[in-house]
Design a protein around this ligand. Structure first.
Ligand code: NAD
Length: 370
């Protein structure tokens, strides 16, 4: 890839604190590994509202569209709870997803061996877990029309949401899942509710046809989404890549997330379609957690989700697989050493703050590169 234009949008609350730790890793990679990242920065969420009266300015939106990848921190906080609905902090993230046409949301659920004890499930059920949920992000019941509350005129109202999927939407999200499976354990589980939903019947048909046409080397299985939720909690290691729609993906990815412990550990990526000329995809990487106003400014935030989001960025936007592997190994290594932020602290471990955790991961990353 010719350029590595990276836009940093730290956002609000702990977003900037976590982003500062990624910035240190990028500075090291540029100085010592000739990685040649070109950084730009913008405002999003409450900080953008304070500066521009919008959840993201047009200039920063243009920067996001021109970047090879966007790293997003977190938005929101009590200060902006009463701002008008269309400029609320989350509107910045929704605008980015919409204008960058990010239709594929990737949520890995990885259980680091050092944290297997902090899951609510038994250690042997989660230890070493490594699954990836691919959620369709721009269609389905959250966006389908009609979407309204209708007054029936007899003292009753009717709430209506519409689940809609077109063939092309299912083809492109399942294509992402099959391609990612090829880089992992080569298995995709597609989840829908074909027993009660027409959109589920179509989903099942299109995933099957896409598999047959282009990806028959990948193992494919189908599961009803409710059974999938149950299996995720019963024996999650049976899965490699799970592909599902917007609504089921929203729920199943949160269930999978909690298998692995703290919110402060979980990265995510949202990808668009490949550019017809360059083959590169628009992409945004962000931790799953929010702006954590309760601990913002105290130096206690866990930066691992943000750093792991950057590792996903190395892997999926820049094809820097060795560096991504090494950064993820550095995170695992620091946890093995017993270093913990408050959210993942347990007896006998060494409690550190955001900066010390970032420093420890960077030192391990450097050591692994030597
Ligand atoms: P949250 O994720 O911010 O915090 C939930 C709890 O987890 C808090 O106790 C917090 O201290 C803890 N936590 C979260 N991330 C942590 C980290 N990295 N290290 C240590 N502890 C961490 O969710 P919330 O409290 O429901 O929301 C707070 C604000 O964030 C709200 O304004 C909400 O709208 C916003 N939010 C933003 C996003 C986003 O930017 N994508 C996502 C969720 C919530």
């Amino acid at each position: 890839m010719a350029s590595k234009k990276l836009l940093l949008l730290p956002g609000d609350g702990i977003g900037p604190e976590a982003m500062a730790e990624v910035r240190k890793i990028i500075a090291y990679m540029n100085a010592e590994l000739d990685s040649e990242f070109v950084l730009d920065e913008g405002l999003v969420g409450g900080s953008a509202y304070d500066a521009h009266g919008a959840a993201i300015s047009e200039a920063d939106m243009a920067k996001a569209l021109a970047a090879d990848a966007v790293l997003f921190g977190a938005v929101g906080g009590p200060k902006w709870d009463r701002v008008p609905y269309d400029v609320r902090p989350e509107a910045g993230l929704l605008r980015l997803r919409k204008d960058m046409e990010l239709f594929a949301n990737l949520r890995p659920a990885i259980c680091y061996p050092a944290l297997a004890d902090s899951s609510s499930l038994k250690k042997d059920v989660v230890e070493g877990l490594d699954i990836l949920i691919v959620r369709e992000l721009t269609g389905g019941v959250y966006f389908g029309e009609p979407k309204e509350i209708r007054d029936l005129g007899n003292g009753q109202k009717r709430g209506i949401d519409t689940q809609v999927y077109d063939t092309y939407e299912i083809e492109r999200i399942s294509g992402v899942a099959f391609e990612l499976a090829r880089t992992r354990a080569n298995k995709v589980t597609s989840m829908e509710k074909r027993n009660v939903m027409k959109s589920g019947v179509l989903w099942n048909e299109v995933v099957t046809a896409t598999h047959k046409a282009k990806y028959s080397d990948v193992k494919l299985e189908h599961m009803l989404a409710d059974a999938g939720g149950m299996q995720l909690v019963r024996w999650p290691k049976q899965f490699d890549v799970i592909v599902t729609d917007n609504l089921f993906g929203d729920m199943l990815s949160d269930i999978a997330a909690m298998l692995t412990g703290s919110l402060g550990m979980l990265p995510s990526a949202s990808l668009g379609a490949p550019d017809a000329k360059t083959g590169s995809r628009k992409a945004l990487y962000e931790p799953v957690h929010g702006s954590a106003p309760d601990i913002a400014g105290t130096g206690a935030a866990n930066p691992i989700a943000m750093i792991a989001s950057f590792a996903m960025c190395l892997r999926y936007s820049f094809n820097m697989i060795a560096e991504a592997d090494r950064l993820e190994a550095a995170i695992a290594g620091v946890l093995d050493d017993g270093i913990r932020t408050g959210d993942i602290m347990s007896e006998g471990k060494i409690k550190v703050g955001t900066v010390e955790m970032g420093d420890a991961i960077l030192a391990k990353f450097k050591a692994l590169a030597a």
